[in-house]
Design a binder for this molecule. Structure first.
Ligand SMILES: Cc1cc2nc3c(=O)[nH]c(=O)nc-3n(C[C@H](O)[C@H](O)[C@H](O)COP(=O)(O)O)c2cc1C
Length: 215
């Protein structure tokens, strides 16, 4: 490749510091603090997270989705249950979520288990989506091979015509996943690549323990 990638290098000098003593005892509270700062500093997609799933034969895959809720200790996102990720989660519920906020030189990695949200939770969120996004969710066989873009545009137009003037209900193949974390890692970039990393692990007693990890 003609690009001199090895020369692309930036020091992480934003100035934030992370320590066992200046982090919250509850990782959800710490997460909300950081997410709020990412929103305040106007990260482009502060709620975007990389979601990793694993196939039944142990092959990992990743993609970006948007965090749409953080309630009762669960991270919520919405997708097509028949998509590649949806099928993998049906077979293997273990999941990891990664947030990267470049302006703040921060990342958070979360690991846990995902399960489908109750239908009424998905229904409620679906109704808040713009009209065109609802139609899209109904007609797109997410992750499947299609002939061309025209195929999807035709399906969209057909569904929009069919549902004109009617309530557009959530299809069964689309809904939320709720992720219950067992591990959080908060990472703060520091100078000379001596970054701060604070790990939260859930103990047998249900309490969160904090440790510092080497950069
Ligand atoms: C910023 C961003 C946000 C996205 N948000 C979602 C989302 O909330 N839900 C979703 O199903 N796909 C979302 N996508 C598309 C996914 O990355 C992915 O292409 C799609 O879900 C199919 O993934 P799969 O084939 O691995 O199941 C988003 C993509 C980007 C770049």
């Amino acid at each position: 490749m003609g690009l001199e990638l090895a020369k692309i290098r930036r020091e992480y000098t934003f100035g934030n510091k992370l320590d066992i003593s200046n982090t919250e005892s509850d990782p959800f509270v710490q997460f909300e603090l950081w997410l709020n700062e990412a929103i305040q500093i106007k990260e482009l997609e502060p709620t975007a997270m990389i979601v990793a799933t694993v196939s039944p034969d142990g092959h990992p895959s990743t993609r970006t989705v948007l965090l749409k809720g953080l309630e009762n200790g669960e991270f919520l996102f919405y997708t097509n249950y028949e998509s590649r990720k949806g099928k993998q989660l049906a077979e293997n519920p273990y999941i990891s979520l990664s947030f990267v906020w470049h302006k703040l030189e921060r990342q958070i990695h979360i690991e846990g288990r995902a399960e489908k949200c109750p239908p009424e939770v998905s229904d409620q969120y679906f109704m808040t989506r713009p009209y065109r996004s609802r139609i899209g969710a109904i007609i797109s066989p997410q992750s499947r091979v299609i002939e061309n873009r025209m195929q999807i545009m035709r399906a969209f137009a057909k569904e929009a015509f069919k549902s004109a003037g009617r309530e557009i209900k959530r299809p069964d193949h689309w809904g939320g996943f709720a992720v219950t974390p067992t591990r959080f890692e908060f990472w703060q970039g520091r100078e000379s690549r001596l970054h701060d990393r604070i790990l939260y692990l859930k103990g047998e007693d249900g309490k969160w323990q904090k440790e510092r990890l080497a950069p």
